[in-house]
Design a protein around this ligand. Structure first.
Ligand SMILES: *Cc1c(COP(=O)(O)O)cnc(C)c1O
Length: 361
């Protein structure tokens, strides 16, 4: 077997090694079933236990009460861009959005397509999304306020979530869910494509406050209604069994090995300090995000030239550091250091960055 690399991919992204090993160990015979989890019926007790455990773990980790439902919906975060305005916009009332980059813009586009009264109440587009806006006025009668907690491509993150009074918050947490604890009370809906921080691609986790379910109009196709998924424990049709199974193992790792979200936040904070302190003391590497808006999940930076950036990415891979190329829309370099990337990965990256600077700087 070849050696595993330090994986800095943005998504699909690194999974915790103990999770992969657990999958391997029970792949041929899942809990005495004589089958893999990919082969058992989703109507079996085996899978029922898996999905219920994943839901319970989500609720425990995030401190969610019984007023929230946890759903698993295929179509990734991108389908949620469309389902949210479809299900949650109220008649003759606007939907508020904050635009902090590519993914926010895609969410806005889907609400626009549906002819919703979209109010973009703040944007950081004027400086290429290098910061999180501080000033915004929520529409008094907004159906909800949508924002993106972590901007995977631009490398920015909300340190403190926006406040909207009684207006429910709706948040795309694809790239930082489970990276830190937070108060879920102001949220009407939270969603996350699984492939960044909690599992493989193929499913979005959707956390919805139950009163929001009353907003779903009757005349939507069944598969586009949140009520369909909540009424059938996300099994109206065949769910993505292997993805939900892996999510459950990642959440188990978070609870039992890491020790919960406070601990995870502390580790992520240490990782972030290490890498950003290193970038700040260097004249060779330049962070692209404003200091007060930096992401602890996606570290975006530039080198003095595009040629050096190319060389950096290629040599990194040779040294066993994968995925350091920035998103194709922005260029530069990006190290995604989600929960599964430990301090060891960040230290290896800093060592490599130091060596590369000495050689090329
Ligand atoms: C990756 C990503 C998406 C898109 O997710 P899909 O599951 O591919 O649809 C949306 N929002 C954010 C913040 C992301 O990082």
């Amino acid at each position: 077997m070849g050696e595993r690399i330090y994986n800095f991919n943005a998504g699909p992204a690194a999974l915790p090694l103990p999770v992969l090993e657990e999958i391997q160990s029970e792949l041929l015979d899942f809990k005495g079933s004589g089958m893999s989890i990919m082969e058992v019926s989703h109507r079996s007790k085996w899978f029922d236990d898996v999905i219920n455990e994943a839901i319970e773990r989500t609720k425990r980790l995030l401190g969610l009460g019984d007023d929230f439902d946890v759903l698993f919906i295929q179509g990734g975060a991108s389908l949620q861009f469309c389902m949210i305005p479809m299900n949650l916009s109220l008649k003759d009332r606007p939907v508020d959005y904050i635009n902090t980059g590519t993914w926010s813009a895609k969410a806005i586009k889907e609400a626009d397509i549906q002819g919703k009264d979209v109010h973009v109440i703040a944007s950081s587009e004027d400086r290429n999304f290098a910061y999180i806006p501080k000033e915004y006025q929520v529409s008094k009668d907004a159906s909800y306020l949508h924002f993106t907690s972590n901007n995977t491509i631009k490398g920015t993150q909300w340190a403190q979530f926006p406040g909207a009074g009684d207006i429910p918050l709706v948040c795309d947490m694809s790239s930082d869910i489970m990276s830190r604890p937070f108060d879920a009370k102001p949220f009407g809906l939270i969603y996350a494509g699984a492939q960044k921080n909690i599992g493989p691609s193929g499913t979005a986790m959707v956390i919805i406050r139950k009163d929001m379910l009353e907003r779903t109009p009757d005349n939507l196709p069944s598969m586009l209604k949140y009520t369909t998924f909540s009424g059938k424990n996300s099994m109206y049709n065949t769910p993505s069994c292997i993805v939900i199974y892996t999510i459950n193992l990642v959440l188990k790792w978070l609870e039992e090995t890491v020790g919960g979200l406070e601990k995870m936040q502390q580790i992520n904070g240490e990782k972030g300090s290490l890498i950003y302190d290193f970038i700040d003391q260097s004249d060779f590497y330049k962070g692209t995000a404003d200091k007060d808006s930096r992401s602890l999940m996606n570290v975006t930076f530039r080198l003095p030239s595009e040629d050096l950036e190319k060389k950096f990415v290629a040599e990194g891979l040779k040294e066993g550091l994968g995925g350091l190329k920035g998103h194709r829309s922005v260029g530069g370099c990006r190290a995604s250091i989600y929960n599964a990337s430990g301090l060891d990965a960040v230290k290896a990256l800093i060592d490599f960055m130091g060596d590369f600077e000495k050689k090329e700087g």
